[in-house]
Design a protein around this ligand. Structure first.
Ligand code: F6P
Ligand code: MG
Length: 500
């Protein structure tokens, strides 16, 4: 599909992609370097503080030395990348590292070279950003000791730890709703209000995106996360395009259907996604087939959910006091026993759904999350609560989750991944979470903002019912009334990218 406008790229210095390449990516790369330095430092110390047996085994000390050496090599590569990025060098081909999409990334790079757009400040932003995370993955996967390392894991966990206040708030709301369940079920108008609250919670959960922390404070984020009816009402004016009524109407016609989630960020956002899928009065309306969730199989855009993050989120919710103790502005008090009980109940339920396969995940073998939806035999890899990412073990495996780390606009899903396409066509609603999914839905094209969403979807429009829940963190925006646009332009010049 050839859209009638070009994609966003950093040649426009007033756009967010320029700021991203010039300022935000260097910060992200530096954070990776720092993280590996820390790990290497800890490895150096280990023989001094470890238990005598493992500390002095020769084999172990060889392993540690080899890991430190590999760590240093990764640091060097990331440093070189940062240097080249700042000087607008040519983007190098992704090495054949045995992981998906190498050919596709590299052939796109060749096409860009023909148009002299294969450098950091000239390539289309969407392509370059996906390329960046895929290239970083190649640095790790080609090693022996850092193969499955997620350099963003510590950051994800750290920010999740600061979401305690909002998490407890949601657990309390869930608890209160349980007592109102009977009334809700018998009154469709109440059920609709409930649905809207859930969907908005899920929307604002997307405000917690760590790649944006380079210019958003934690206090800002906590404000966006805060829960409760008044907060929802106050934020209503920030919703620029709102199709909740249409979604509700659609869902009321679905019986025994399937709702799928293309996930975005780990931690708080994932919690709000799971919460929408929780056992609540909407169940009877929406689906009896498990929601199918698509994580990313490699560390992606800093905060995106990988299968281990998924498991870890549930594990953290089950032992919340060990995680949610650090405080930001308002969450400084330890949770009351009552709050803890509310959260435990919710977390137990989620854990049960995971173990019973009520939540299915599109990864090879299902990673112990119940029926994983994959087109191959299960692999032996297991997701744990460590910083390991889930990878496919056989080169031939094809997971329906692989597609989400290709640099492909969604109007090309059918061409690029026929199986996924067929699968999505069987869905009664596909919920695309977050900004990156929105950019891929619209191709990250410079559409005039009053272009209809349907037009911006290109050939994807009408293929299956879809809902995009996105807080704005990139320039592209469509489907807006000219009047709404004029008002917002006047109020907040930064509305396209500030996530608010
Ligand atoms: O520029 C902000 C940004 O990093 C974009 O590059 C990307 O589209 C987005 O944030 C990721 O946000 P989300 O997690 O909502 O997809
Ligand atoms: Mg994300």
């Amino acid at each position: 599909f050839q859209p009638p406008f070009p994609p966003y790229d950093p040649t426009d210095k007033s756009g967010f992609s320029y700021e991203t390449v010039a300022k935000r990516w260097p910060v992200i790369l530096t954070s990776i370097v720092n993280q590996i330095h820390r790990e290497n430092h800890d490895l150096h110390l280990r023989p001094l503080i470890g238990d005598s047996e493992s500390a002095h085994s020769e084999e172990e000390s060889f392993r540690v030395d080899a890991k430190i050496t590999e760590g240093k090599a990764i640091i060097e590569k990331v440093g070189k990348l940062k240097y080249e990025m700042a000087r607008d060098h040519v983007m190098e081909p992704i090495p054949m590292d045995g992981e998906p999409h190498v050919d596709f990334y590299n052939s796109e790079l060749e096409n860009l070279a023909k148009a002299s757009k294969d450098t950091w400040f000239k390539a289309p932003w969407l392509y370059a950003e996906c390329y960046l995370y895929r290239l970083l993955r190649s640095y790790f996967v080609q090693t022996t000791h850092w193969k499955d390392y997620d350099p963003f894991h510590a950051q994800k966990l750290d920010v999740f730890a600061k979401s305690g206040a909002s998490i407890y708030g949601i657990a309390k709301i869930m608890h209160e709703l349980e007592s109102e369940k009977g009334a809700l079920e018998s009154d469709p108008s109440k059920l609709k209000v409930f649905f809207q609250e859930m969907i908005q919670m899920c929307l604002w959960g997307n405000a917690t995106d760590l790649s944006l922390l380079t210019h958003m404070s934690l206090v800002d984020i906590e404000k966006l996360q805060s829960v409760g009816k008044e907060m929802q009402a106050a934020r209503k004016e920030f919703i620029m395009r709102d199709d909740q009524d249409k979604v509700w109407e659609h869902l009321t016609t679905v019986k025994n259907g399937r709702v799928d989630f293309v996930l975005d960020n780990a931690g708080f956002e994932l919690f709000t996604d799971l919460y929408v899928c929780d056992d609540h009065p909407l169940d009877q309306r929406s689906s009896s087939i498990p929601p199918f969730t698509s994580p990313k199989l490699i560390p992606w855009f800093v905060s995106d959910v990988t299968p281990p993050d998924f498991n870890e989120t549930i594990a953290c919710l089950l032992r919340p006091t060990s995680l949610f103790t650090t405080s930001s502005s308002s969450s400084s008090l330890l949770p009351s026993p009552e709050q803890q009980q509310h959260l435990r109940k919710l977390a137990e339920r989620l854990r049960q759904y995971v173990s019973e396969g009520v939540f299915a995940m599109s990864v090879p073998g299902g990673t112990g999350l119940g029926g994983g939806l994959t087109t191959t035999a299960p692999t032996t890899a297991t997701a744990t609560t460590s910083n390991m990412v889930m990878t496919t073990t056989a080169a031939t495996t094809h997971s329906l989750a692989e597609f989400w780390t290709a640099p492909v606009p969604y109007w090309d899903i059918e061409t690029y991944d026929r199986e996924l396409w067929e699968f999505l066509r069987g869905s009664d609603l596909v919920v695309f979470k977050g900004d990156l999914n929105y950019r891929k839905l619209t191709g990250d094209i410079k559409w005039p903002s009053w272009t209809s969403f349907e037009e911006a979807l290109g050939p994807l429009a009408g293929s299956f019912p879809l809902l995009s829940l996105r807080t704005n963190k990139a320039d592209v925006a469509v489907g807006l009334d000219k009047e709404v646009l004029a008002q917002i332009e006047e109020k907040d010049a930064n509305w396209r990218v500030n996530g608010k």
